[in-house]
Design a protein around this ligand. Structure first.
Ligand code: SF4
Length: 211
């Protein structure tokens, strides 16, 4: 009997997930709208630089935590809960170009009478600075995309497991502003964790990052 290779199983799962979510022109993912806008362009041009993320233990741990929490939500809320829910909306840019905004909510719970609540799971190495501004923006976009009453940002960290409710939502104007933004990076800390920093002429270094 062949040996059991759980490592290979996890990598295959990550690889298949990645293959199912390939980038296409004219499609913006919600995550594109909350980070440095150059990253989307670089991902289209240099996909090899992010391909190795499939093997990142930190991302794999995040995936496993998501799976566990989503299973718990399904177990508890049964048919009222849907997990890994994909949604899309079209917006028209000022130049007339139509683009699609695509997002995937970790879970959506239907409370009845048209009231739906989103759940977004976040894992982190520490609880410093939570809830983080880009996470709040992400669920503000989900509230708009899925017409949610509010979203729960659920944090799992070694220091604290907690949640925040976010009922604010973006407007279509804000979505367009985020798509057309030329501010790079969006946050000063982004370049330190960016796979494209090895070639990006706009990388912020040293003290420049903190201006
Ligand atoms: S290095 Fe900085 S500015 Fe360049 S793509 Fe990455 S986050 Fe954006």
């Amino acid at each position: 009997m062949a040996g059991i290779d759980l490592v290979d199983l996890v990598y295959k799962f990550r690889k298949e997930e990645k293959e199912q979510h390939q980038r296409t022109e004219g499609v913006y993912w919600v995550t594109d709208l909350i980070r440095c806008p150059l990253k989307r362009e670089y991902e289209l041009k240099y996909p090899e630089l992010v391909a190795k993320d499939v093997f990142s233990p930190v991302f794999i741990m995040g995936d496993l935590a998501h799976r566990g929490i989503e299973s718990l939500i399904k177990e508890f809320f049964l048919d009222a809960a849907s997990v890994e829910v994909e949604g899309s909306r079209e917006v028209v840019l000022p130049n007339g170009q139509k683009v699609i905004i695509k997002g995937r909510a970790d879970a959506i719970i239907d409370l009845g009478e048209g009231v739906k609540v989103g759940v977004e799971v976040k894992t982190a190495r520490a609880d410093v600075g939570i809830p983080q501004p880009h996470h709040i923006d992400q669920v503000r976009i989900y509230n708009w995309l899925f017409n949610l009453k509010y979203s729960i940002l659920f944090y799992v960290t070694p220091d604290r497991i907690t949640q925040y409710e976010v009922s604010d939502r973006v407007s279509e104007e804000e979505i367009i502003e985020r798509i057309t933004s030329t501010t790079h990076p969006r946050y000063s800390w982004e370049c330190s964790y960016c796979p494209f920093s090895v070639l990006c002429p706009h990388k912020k270094t040293g003290n420049e990052r903190y201006r």
